[in-house]
Design a protein around this ligand. Structure first.
Ligand code: GSH
Length: 242
C-alpha cells in the first residue's frame, strides 16, 4: 500500500492543501491504492527525517531547511519521496500501466502552471484555511514570518487593496491561460498533470473564498477555472484515512 501524508484542517474531509491535492488527484486518476495519514505542521519535519526525504525549501530565515507535505511512502518499493512534482514523476514511472499524467509534450507545462497561483494565491488562500489546534499556532507564526508580516492577520489584503489584488491575479492567470476561453483541459482535449496543478489551487479557492469572491475566480476567462475544477471532480475523492 502507498501512504500519502497530508495536513489536516477543520474543513470537511480535512484536506485543503493544494500541494497534497496534486498527488491525491494523480493517485485517484491512476487508480493506485493508497491511504492517507494526517500529520500536523509541527510534526512534518520529524516525519520527513524518519523517512529520509529531502527538504523542499528554506524556512523564513532562508538558511534552515524546510520540510513540506506532500510526502509519499510506497510500501511496495520502500521508496519515500517529498515534493509534488517528483512524486508525480515517480508515480508515472513506477505505475506505467495506468493512465498517463504526462502525455506527449506536456512536461514543460507543469512548472508554468504553479507559479501564478502561488504568487498571488499565497497572500489570500492560506489565510482563510481553518486549522486545528495541532497546527494553528505553528502555521500562523511561520506563514507571517515567511511573508514578512508581524501578524498573520496582516497577510491578506483588505478592502480596496484586496480588490486590486484580485484584479492582478486575474490578469496573471489570463496570461497563463492565454486565449483559453474555449479550452477544456490545459492541453486541449487530453487531461495531464497540469490540470491537477490547476485543480489543486482552484479547489482551495472554492474551499476558502467567500461566495462572491469564488464566483468571480470561477468565471474568469470564460469560466476556464470553474471548468478546470469540474473536469477533475471525479478524482477529488478521499481514500481511506487513518
Ligand atoms: N514544492 C512543494 C511545496 C509543498 C508545500 O509548500 N507544502 C506546504 C503545505 S501546502 C507545507 O507542507 N509546508 C510546511 C511548512 O510550511 O512548514 C511541493 O510541490 O510539494
Amino acid at each position: 500500500m502507498l501512504i500519502l501524508y497530508d495536513i489536516p484542517s477543520l474543513h470537511p474531509d480535512k484536506n485543503w492543501s493544494p500541494n497534497v491535492c496534486k498527488p491525491r488527484l494523480a493517485l485517484n486518476y491512476k487508480s493506485i491504492p493508497y491511504r492517507t495519514e494526517w500529520v500536523e505542521y509541527p510534526q512534518i519535519e520529524s516525519l520527513a527525517q524518519r523517512l529520509g526525504v529531502k527538504p523542499t525549501s528554506l524556512k523564513a530565515d532562508r538558511v534552515m531547511p524546510e520540510y513540506t507535505l506532500p510526502i509519499i511512502h510506497d510500501e511496495s518499493t520502500g521508496v519515500s519521496i517529498a515534493d509534488s512534482l517528483p512524486i508525480a514523476l515517480y508515480l508515472e514511472e513506477t505505475y506505467p500501466g495506468s493512465p498517463r499524467l504526462f502525455p506527449e509534450g506536456s512536461k514543460a507545462l507543469r512548472a508554468a502552471w504553479d507559479g501564478p497561483f502561488c504568487k498571488r494565491g499565497l497572500k489570500i488562500l492560506p489565510s482563510n484555511v481553518k486549522m486545528g489546534l495541532g497546527s494553528e499556532e505553528y502555521f500562523k507564526r511561520t506563514k507571517a514570518a515567511k511573508l514578512g508580516r508581524e501578524r498573520f492577520e496582516d497577510i491578506a489584503p483588505r478592502g480596496e487593496k484586496r480588490r486590486k489584488h484580485f484584479e492582478a491575479w486575474e490578469e496573471d492567470l489570463g496570461k497563463l491561460n492565454g486565449r483559453g476561453e474555449n479550452m477544456g483541459y490545459v492541453m486541449g482535449d487530453a487531461i495531464s498533470y497540469a490540470d491537477f496543478i490547476v485543480a489543486g489551487w482552484v479547489g482551495l479557492a472554492m474551499l476558502v473564498l467567500d461566495e462572491g469572491e469564488w464566483e468571480g475566480v470561477k468565471s474568469w476567462h470564460g469560466e476556464f477555472w470553474g471548468r478546470a475544477l469540474e473536469g477533475t471532480d471525479e478524482w477529488r475523492v478521499m481514500s481511506h484515512s487513518t
